[in-house]
Design a protein around this ligand. Structure first.
Ligand code: ZN
Length: 226
């Protein structure tokens, strides 16, 4: 994210519980859009935070031109908010993404910009469908990228529960998409930004060093129970 906080635009949403239809859709349709290794690490599926007004605006989105080959890590760029639910954070981010234009974000997006969101408690939510490239306030070619955002800014601690979740998700997404370790990177490698801050940058660099011989395997999760 840019330094402009989407929480400035937060609206109060009442949580009315998951819609049964959305739940059914989340059980079947998105399973086709990415592999199953990541599923074990997702705490909130699409239907767990989207109300009818949070449906993806597909007319504003264009699918990846080819299979994603890059996994890119971000931070939200705003302070951590432990008392706000992850559902609210996704809904606020959706509002910012689809309703707000400003000097940094000049157009409306069709959905939250990131594919996966890790909150301050180490919970992960599924955001934008991986069928579509991410969006960004910064200029770079996002086609072919899968994105994970971690809640916090450079003044926030990069918490052990967040590190644990990020580590598991990076490996799972490498397996699901066949992404090589040297293609796991950070936003600032592609654009003029400080994202994702020094702590996450160091974590990703360490990961790349330790996992350099990791061979992605899309069948690794086939034996896992449904
Ligand atoms: Zn970023």
């Amino acid at each position: 994210m840019s330094s402009i906080s989407y929480f400035n635009y937060a609206r109060s949403f009442s949580f009315i519980g998951p819609c049964f239809l959305a739940y059914l859709i989340s059980c079947f349709a998105p399973a086709l859009s990415f592999g199953r290794c990541i599923d074990a690490h997702i705490d909130l599926k699409q239907g767990d935070w989207r109300q009818p007004k949070h449906q993806t605006k597909k007319d504003l989105l264009k699918k990846h031109e080819s299979k994603p080959t890059k996994l890119t890590i971000h931070f939200t760029g705003v302070r951590q908010v432990p008392k706000t639910t992850i559902q609210s954070k996704l809904r606020d981010l959706f509002y910012y993404s689809t309703r707000i234009k400003n000097e940094h974000k000049k157009k409306l997006w069709g959905d939250v910009p990131y594919h996966f969101y890790i909150d301050v408690h180490g919970k992960a939510a599924e955001g934008r469908s991986t069928e579509y490239p991410p969006d960004s306030n910064t200029k770079y070619q996002t086609d072919g990228h899968i994105s994970i955002v971690v809640e916090g800014d450079d003044k926030s601690p990069f918490l052990p529960v967040q590190q644990e979740k990020l580590l598991a998700m990076m490996k799972a997404l490498q397996d699901d998409f066949g992404i090589a370790t040297n293609q796991v990177g950070i936003h600032k490698a592609y654009a003029n930004t400080t994202c994702p801050g020094s702590a996450i940058q160091a974590f990703v660099e360490d990961y790349r060093s330790k996992q350099k011989d990791f061979v992605p395997d899309s069948t690794r999760c086939l034996a896992a129970p449904l």
